[in-house]
Design a protein around this ligand. Sequence first.
Ligand SMILES: [Zn+2]
Length: 275
Amino acid sequence: MLSVKGSRVVPSSKPTLICTVWMTKLYKPESFRAHMKSIWKTRKKFEIQMVGQNLFLISFELADDLELILEGRPWFFRNNVILFDRLCQAVDRDQIRLTSSPYWMKIDSISPKFDKKDLMHAIGATFGGILRSEINEDSCRLRVNFDVQRPLRRGIFVSTSAVSKVWVPFKYENLPMFCFGCGRLGHGLSNCTQLTHERISKINENPPYSLALKAESKLFGKESIKFNAWIKKVGAQCLYTGGEKAAQISTVEVAGDNNEMGGHRNVGNCWEERR
Ligand SMILES: [Zn+2]
């Protein structure tokens, strides 16, 4: 039984999550269900109902199980991130907005000239705030809410009154599939619809995004990229962005680090990341 009345999605009486997979390819709902059942070890049962293309309700017997699942984010299906939200009341399907997930980022090799706490605060502010942070001797971890509609950010320029503009690179833990061309999650370069074929062939040699963005990944050189697949049709997958059109980008700048923002506080003088 689907909890769908026309375009309305109605939660069950149990603690309920709504979720979608941020990917452009089509997949079989049964394989999603089987995958989640295989990776989640909950104390009590949970049910997965399909309520639209690429849209599921997950109802839990125990509220604690739901909380653990949210705490454990990000979760993945076929190397693509799953986006969740609580569903407490009926909602129109075209109003559903599933566009972000908490993520752990790692920042290492921090210049001793920076106060780590101030630096984390300044970086977190550019992500809309810090959900959690961990400051270690030689690195810092930062849990932020990551907007999957935006390209991955590769780092940020930071300066203080004592230090002139320093590039602080970002790394992301458990980074799923992303496009080396436009830096977005959910598709590979060969399926990129943000860039023209000409642009993709141009950036073949030196794509603006690389596996260097992965924390914990050993960089043995760039991932091999197959260009013969780009004629493949991208399936008409549904994404749930609350009726807003996903932000389009016209070009991806490989360099270009302008857009400086003023301010004369200590470490907080952050420059916009390069895109
Ligand atoms: Zn792309």
